[in-house]
Design a protein. Structure first.
Length: 118
């Protein structure tokens, strides 16, 4: 399946209300953030198929490790919120969050590419 079929695009994460009070804000603004959101134009089924196709990046319900991880917030970290509350936060059934670890960038790019093309 090609990336055009998936219709993925990086998401602009909405800042929390206390964004400016967070000591990590300056690092994130300077490009120091290693967690990105991806929203697929398809369904949750498409998002799960993409995650299942990854070979280097592990599926997790938690982010923040030295290893690259991917999670589906709607069914993990935000599962207790109503669909309306999730939607207000920009969390749809087709949103994934990717936390980039210490693997070589070329390996991660290859893994993401093969998953998009599977």
């Amino acid at each position: 399946m090609s990336k055009e079929t998936w219709g993925y695009q990086p998401r602009n994460n909405r800042p929390a209300p206390d964004w400016d009070l967070n000591p990590q804000t300056d690092a994130v603004r300077a490009g120091g953030c290693s967690t990105i959101g991806i929203e697929f134009a398809g369904s949750q089924k498409n998002a799960f198929a993409f995650m299942d196709a990854l070979r280097i990046i592990d599926i997790s319900n938690n982010l923040g490790d030295s290893k690259s991880l991917i999670t589906h917030p709607s069914s993990t970290t935000h599962r207790r919120l109503s669909p309306e509350a999730q939607a207000e936060m920009g969390i749809t059934p087709s949103v994934l969050r990717l936390s980039v670890g210490l693997e070589h960038a070329d390996d991660l790019i290859k893994d993401l590419t093969q998953a998009f093309n599977s």
